[in-house]
Unconditional design. Structure first.
Length: 236
Protein backbone atom coordinates (compact mmCIF):
# COMPACT_ATOMS: atom_id res chain seq x y z
CA UNK A 1 0.00 0.00 0.00
CA UNK A 2 1.62 3.23 -1.17
CA UNK A 3 0.99 6.28 1.00
CA UNK A 4 2.12 9.84 1.61
CA UNK A 5 3.99 9.97 4.92
CA UNK A 6 5.16 13.09 6.75
CA UNK A 7 8.15 12.69 9.08
CA UNK A 8 8.44 15.44 11.73
CA UNK A 9 11.83 15.12 13.41
CA UNK A 10 14.56 17.68 14.14
CA UNK A 11 17.21 14.95 13.83
CA UNK A 12 17.95 15.43 10.14
CA UNK A 13 20.06 12.29 9.88
CA UNK A 14 17.36 10.08 11.41
CA UNK A 15 14.62 11.77 9.34
CA UNK A 16 16.65 11.19 6.19
CA UNK A 17 17.20 7.55 7.10
CA UNK A 18 13.49 7.03 7.72
CA UNK A 19 12.72 8.75 4.41
CA UNK A 20 15.10 6.45 2.55
CA UNK A 21 13.64 3.40 4.27
CA UNK A 22 10.01 4.25 3.56
CA UNK A 23 10.71 5.45 0.01
CA UNK A 24 12.19 2.01 -0.56
CA UNK A 25 8.86 0.58 0.54
CA UNK A 26 7.11 2.57 -2.19
CA UNK A 27 5.83 5.45 -0.07
CA UNK A 28 6.03 9.18 -0.80
CA UNK A 29 7.87 10.83 2.09
CA UNK A 30 7.96 14.49 3.12
CA UNK A 31 10.18 15.88 5.87
CA UNK A 32 9.73 18.64 8.43
CA UNK A 33 12.34 19.47 11.06
CA UNK A 34 10.25 21.43 13.56
CA UNK A 35 6.77 21.23 14.99
CA UNK A 36 5.71 24.44 13.27
CA UNK A 37 7.02 23.32 9.90
CA UNK A 38 5.25 20.01 10.37
CA UNK A 39 1.89 21.68 11.02
CA UNK A 40 2.37 23.94 7.99
CA UNK A 41 3.20 20.91 5.86
CA UNK A 42 -0.05 19.25 6.92
CA UNK A 43 -2.06 22.37 6.08
CA UNK A 44 -0.46 22.48 2.64
CA UNK A 45 -1.19 18.82 1.91
CA UNK A 46 -2.75 16.35 4.33
CA UNK A 47 -0.69 13.13 4.52
CA UNK A 48 -1.91 9.58 5.02
CA UNK A 49 0.28 9.10 8.11
CA UNK A 50 2.61 11.14 10.32
CA UNK A 51 5.74 9.92 12.10
CA UNK A 52 6.29 12.41 14.92
CA UNK A 53 9.27 12.72 17.26
CA UNK A 54 8.51 13.64 20.87
CA UNK A 55 11.68 15.71 21.31
CA UNK A 56 11.47 18.58 18.84
CA UNK A 57 13.60 21.71 19.04
CA UNK A 58 10.80 24.29 19.04
CA UNK A 59 8.18 22.35 21.00
CA UNK A 60 7.43 18.81 22.11
CA UNK A 61 5.71 16.19 20.01
CA UNK A 62 2.86 15.82 22.49
CA UNK A 63 1.79 19.43 21.85
CA UNK A 64 2.05 18.94 18.09
CA UNK A 65 0.05 15.70 18.30
CA UNK A 66 -2.66 17.49 20.27
CA UNK A 67 -2.87 20.23 17.62
CA UNK A 68 -3.06 17.67 14.82
CA UNK A 69 -5.84 15.77 16.54
CA UNK A 70 -7.89 18.96 16.88
CA UNK A 71 -8.34 18.95 13.08
CA UNK A 72 -7.24 15.68 11.46
CA UNK A 73 -7.81 11.93 11.90
CA UNK A 74 -4.93 10.24 10.04
CA UNK A 75 -2.65 7.82 11.98
CA UNK A 76 0.23 9.18 14.07
CA UNK A 77 3.24 7.11 15.12
CA UNK A 78 5.30 8.80 17.83
CA UNK A 79 9.06 8.31 18.25
CA UNK A 80 10.96 8.88 21.47
CA UNK A 81 14.33 8.14 23.01
CA UNK A 82 12.57 7.62 26.33
CA UNK A 83 10.98 4.30 27.17
CA UNK A 84 9.07 5.28 30.30
CA UNK A 85 5.51 3.98 30.48
CA UNK A 86 4.22 7.46 31.40
CA UNK A 87 5.53 8.85 28.10
CA UNK A 88 3.68 6.15 26.19
CA UNK A 89 0.48 6.79 28.13
CA UNK A 90 0.73 10.55 27.49
CA UNK A 91 1.26 9.88 23.78
CA UNK A 92 -1.90 7.77 23.65
CA UNK A 93 -3.84 10.32 25.66
CA UNK A 94 -3.06 13.16 23.25
CA UNK A 95 -4.12 11.07 20.26
CA UNK A 96 -1.18 9.01 19.00
CA UNK A 97 -2.03 5.65 17.45
CA UNK A 98 1.32 3.98 18.06
CA UNK A 99 4.57 4.53 19.94
CA UNK A 100 8.10 3.44 19.03
CA UNK A 101 11.14 3.83 21.29
CA UNK A 102 14.50 4.72 19.73
CA UNK A 103 16.68 3.00 18.74
CA UNK A 104 14.41 0.71 16.76
CA UNK A 105 14.84 -1.84 14.02
CA UNK A 106 13.90 -0.65 10.50
CA UNK A 107 11.69 -3.72 10.04
CA UNK A 108 9.72 -2.80 13.15
CA UNK A 109 9.02 0.71 11.87
CA UNK A 110 7.92 -0.52 8.45
CA UNK A 111 5.69 -3.16 10.07
CA UNK A 112 4.01 -0.56 12.25
CA UNK A 113 3.54 1.80 9.32
CA UNK A 114 1.87 -0.98 7.32
CA UNK A 115 -0.37 -1.90 10.27
CA UNK A 116 -1.42 1.71 10.89
CA UNK A 117 -2.19 2.32 7.23
CA UNK A 118 -4.14 -0.91 6.95
CA UNK A 119 -6.29 -0.12 9.96
CA UNK A 120 -6.90 3.46 8.84
CA UNK A 121 -8.17 2.43 5.41
CA UNK A 122 -10.09 -0.76 6.04
CA UNK A 123 -13.05 1.11 7.54
CA UNK A 124 -13.34 3.32 4.46
CA UNK A 125 -14.19 0.31 2.29
CA UNK A 126 -17.92 0.02 1.81
CA UNK A 127 -18.36 -3.78 1.97
CA UNK A 128 -22.01 -3.16 1.14
CA UNK A 129 -22.93 -2.12 4.70
CA UNK A 130 -24.55 1.16 5.75
CA UNK A 131 -22.00 3.87 6.47
CA UNK A 132 -23.94 5.13 9.47
CA UNK A 133 -25.25 2.71 12.06
CA UNK A 134 -26.62 2.99 15.55
CA UNK A 135 -27.81 1.14 18.64
CA UNK A 136 -29.84 3.01 21.22
CA UNK A 137 -28.64 6.62 21.19
CA UNK A 138 -25.18 5.61 19.92
CA UNK A 139 -24.42 6.19 16.22
CA UNK A 140 -21.21 4.99 14.54
CA UNK A 141 -20.48 6.90 11.32
CA UNK A 142 -17.85 5.22 9.14
CA UNK A 143 -17.50 8.15 6.73
CA UNK A 144 -16.88 10.68 9.48
CA UNK A 145 -14.80 8.13 11.42
CA UNK A 146 -16.57 9.22 14.56
CA UNK A 147 -19.52 8.32 16.75
CA UNK A 148 -22.25 10.35 18.40
CA UNK A 149 -24.48 10.08 21.45
CA UNK A 150 -27.88 11.74 21.31
CA UNK A 151 -26.72 13.68 18.24
CA UNK A 152 -23.50 15.04 19.78
CA UNK A 153 -20.23 13.99 18.14
CA UNK A 154 -17.74 12.34 20.50
CA UNK A 155 -14.58 13.46 18.63
CA UNK A 156 -12.93 10.05 18.88
CA UNK A 157 -9.27 9.73 18.04
CA UNK A 158 -8.18 7.18 15.45
CA UNK A 159 -7.54 4.34 17.89
CA UNK A 160 -10.79 4.93 19.77
CA UNK A 161 -12.69 4.84 16.49
CA UNK A 162 -10.94 1.65 15.36
CA UNK A 163 -11.87 -0.03 18.62
CA UNK A 164 -15.53 0.99 18.66
CA UNK A 165 -15.88 0.16 14.94
CA UNK A 166 -14.57 -3.36 15.53
CA UNK A 167 -16.93 -3.80 18.45
CA UNK A 168 -19.78 -2.43 16.32
CA UNK A 169 -18.99 -4.91 13.53
CA UNK A 170 -19.44 -7.63 16.19
CA UNK A 171 -22.29 -5.93 18.06
CA UNK A 172 -24.24 -8.25 20.29
CA UNK A 173 -21.31 -10.68 20.42
CA UNK A 174 -18.46 -10.86 22.88
CA UNK A 175 -15.03 -10.01 21.42
CA UNK A 176 -12.04 -11.42 23.29
CA UNK A 177 -9.25 -9.18 24.55
CA UNK A 178 -6.82 -11.10 22.34
CA UNK A 179 -8.94 -10.44 19.24
CA UNK A 180 -9.18 -6.74 20.07
CA UNK A 181 -5.41 -6.49 20.53
CA UNK A 182 -4.74 -8.36 17.31
CA UNK A 183 -7.19 -6.28 15.27
CA UNK A 184 -6.36 -2.86 16.71
CA UNK A 185 -2.61 -3.18 17.26
CA UNK A 186 -1.67 -6.07 15.00
CA UNK A 187 1.45 -7.05 16.93
CA UNK A 188 2.66 -7.57 20.46
CA UNK A 189 3.27 -4.36 22.40
CA UNK A 190 5.20 -4.18 25.65
CA UNK A 191 2.48 -2.22 27.46
CA UNK A 192 -0.47 -4.31 26.31
CA UNK A 193 -1.34 -5.18 29.91
CA UNK A 194 -3.26 -1.93 30.33
CA UNK A 195 -3.50 -0.13 26.98
CA UNK A 196 -6.78 -1.80 26.02
CA UNK A 197 -8.22 -1.04 29.45
CA UNK A 198 -7.24 2.62 29.01
CA UNK A 199 -9.15 2.84 25.72
CA UNK A 200 -12.19 1.02 27.08
CA UNK A 201 -12.22 3.45 30.00
CA UNK A 202 -11.95 6.44 27.65
CA UNK A 203 -14.77 5.15 25.44
CA UNK A 204 -17.02 4.62 28.44
CA UNK A 205 -16.32 8.15 29.63
CA UNK A 206 -17.61 9.38 26.27
CA UNK A 207 -20.58 7.12 25.58
CA UNK A 208 -21.98 6.12 28.97
CA UNK A 209 -24.21 8.27 31.15
CA UNK A 210 -22.67 6.42 34.10
CA UNK A 211 -19.37 4.74 33.17
CA UNK A 212 -19.55 2.63 36.36
CA UNK A 213 -22.85 1.11 35.18
CA UNK A 214 -22.39 0.82 31.40
CA UNK A 215 -25.41 0.37 29.16
CA UNK A 216 -23.47 0.06 25.87
CA UNK A 217 -19.91 -1.20 26.40
CA UNK A 218 -20.03 -4.30 28.59
CA UNK A 219 -17.27 -6.35 30.22
CA UNK A 220 -17.30 -10.12 30.21
CA UNK A 221 -14.75 -10.65 32.95
CA UNK A 222 -11.85 -12.88 32.09
CA UNK A 223 -12.72 -12.83 28.39
CA UNK A 224 -13.48 -9.57 26.62
CA UNK A 225 -16.07 -6.93 25.74
CA UNK A 226 -19.42 -6.59 24.01
CA UNK A 227 -21.09 -3.56 22.41
CA UNK A 228 -24.85 -3.72 22.79
CA UNK A 229 -27.61 -1.56 24.24
CA UNK A 230 -28.54 -3.33 27.46
CA UNK A 231 -29.87 -0.79 29.96
CA UNK A 232 -29.78 -1.74 33.62
CA UNK A 233 -27.47 -4.68 32.97
CA UNK A 234 -24.81 -5.47 35.58
CA UNK A 235 -21.54 -6.62 34.03
CA UNK A 236 -20.23 -10.09 34.80
Amino acid sequence: MSATILVIDDDRFLAGSISKLLTGEGHRVRLAHSGQDGLLAIVESVPDLVILDVGLGDTDGFAVCRQIRAKWRFPIIMLTARGDLIDRVVGLEVGADDYLVKPFQPTELTARVRASLRRSTEYAVSDGVPRESGIGALVVDQDKRDASMNGSWLKLNNKEFQLISHLWANRGRVVSREALFDHNWGYEISFNSNSLDVYIYRLRQKIEANPDRPEYLHTLRGFGYKLDYLPNRIDD
